[in-house]
Design a protein around this ligand. Structure first.
Ligand code: GRF
Length: 195
């Protein structure tokens, strides 16, 4: 019988990386493994909720505004994740700084649109583009309570060409994300993949 592998994906916004992970992993077979995505968001209005519904997937919503402290929200998130018992927790556009309540209990990976340790934080794409560097990139790293600072798992470079605009560079970054994140997820789960 196929072994079921659950991938919890945490998101806060439009959810294009969530959709990409759904396409690669939801109800997909890798040898004897059947993978499944469980979408989780902190925002009841996140665009990714509708995207996931197109694939028949209901998102779990834990609205951070309903909690008095970061720690209370993190405790609720940890409790939910523990009931799901995923094989991997992936943050893809999950816009929350996590406290040790979360990071001491859950091992998670995060996608970040720069060549870490450069350009941490929410404006990484713009800052890379305006830095004068000829390359930007995408990183996947382990999550710690220090923003975008955990051990780097994998990275790819994205060239900044003379004709690039912020928009064209942003599109290249997203394309790199859509390739790097699924590959990293597959590798961490030990799945044999050909994408
Ligand atoms: C991605 O660029 C990711 O690297 C960053 O937030 C963005 C999320 O985009 N952390 P989406 O919601 O997956 O479309």
């Amino acid at each position: 019988m196929a072994k079921s592998l659950k991938i919890a994906v945490l998101f806060s916004g439009r959810g294009s990386n969530l959709e990409n992970l759904i396409r690669h992993f939801h109800k997909k077979r890798f040898d004897d493994n059947l993978t499944e995505i469980v979408p989780i968001t902190n925002r009841p209005d996140a665009g990714g909720i509708k995207l996931a519904l197109r694939y028949g997937l209901e998102s779990i919503v834990i609205d951070h505004k309903k909690f008095d402290t970061r720690e209370d929200f993190d405790a609720a998130l940890v409790k939910k994740i523990k009931t799901i018992s995923p094989d991997l927790v992936v943050m893809a556009g999950f816009m929350r700084i996590l406290t040790p309540v979360f990071t001491s209990q859950i091992k998670a990976i995060n996608l970040h649109p720069s060549l870490l340790p450069l350009f941490k934080g929410a404006n990484a794409i713009e800052e890379s583009f305006e830095s004068g560097m000829k390359v930007g990139g995408v990183s996947v790293h382990y999550v710690t309570s220090e923003l975008d600072s955990g051990e780097i798992i994998d990275q790819v470079c994205v060239k900044i060409e003379p004709g690039d605009t912020l928009q064209s560079f942003t599109e290249k970054i997203h394309r790199a994300e859509y390739s790097l994140l699924p590959k990293t997820v597959a590798e961490l789960l030990g799945l044999r993949f050909n994408f």
